[in-house]
Design a protein around this ligand. Sequence first.
Ligand code: BEZ
Length: 223
Amino acid sequence: MSDKIVNFPLIGTPAPEFSAQTTQGDINFPADFKGKWVILFSHPADFTPVCTTEFMTFASMHEEFRALNTELIGLSIDSIHSHLAWLQAIKGYTWNGIEKPSVEFPLIADIKMDVANKYGMLQGESDTSAVRAVFFIDPEGVVKTILYYPASMGRNFNEIKRILIGLQKSAAEGVALPANWHPGDDVIVPPPGTCGAIRERKELVKNEDYDMKDWFLTFKKDK
Ligand code: BEZ
């Protein structure tokens, strides 16, 4: 691969707009998804083994993501006909407790690599197939988290769901989440920014829902 410059969105910036052909019809992003969280992800190629296990897993969790006000959008640099044939084939497979899954979320046919180039999905492994990228985009169309995995490594879908739930919690409650946080664990309240706020925090933590380790590190029970 050449020393080409790869552009990609940054966390905290608007997700690049695009229009695309998908297995569920044409989409305009982010306009068609306003008010929802979106997980936009790429895979290297249709009819490949790791990608097949990932699509089976995403299909099996589709309703769980929908219940979290989240839509899935897949992408690879393959034609719409290749996508349709692959998704038909996937409907015949059973693996890891997932039986004959139906992929109902849109899969973008990015044959001209327009979207892949906007999202930095073409990296050092190949000039013609995307890495395994995952973009978490909030209901206002802002990028909140980016993951990139190599072609050889299937993604951890429990981690993808954990990140989504954590991002939603952080946005809704203004809290931060400690190392290895899982839903239900204690959260972190933002550190005070003034001497007065430190005094107020010392009062607040007399409540048993709080656990202050130091003035800048306070945990709160998740009730
Ligand atoms: C796979 O999905 O198995 C795969 C795709 C591209 C390169 C290597 C592995």
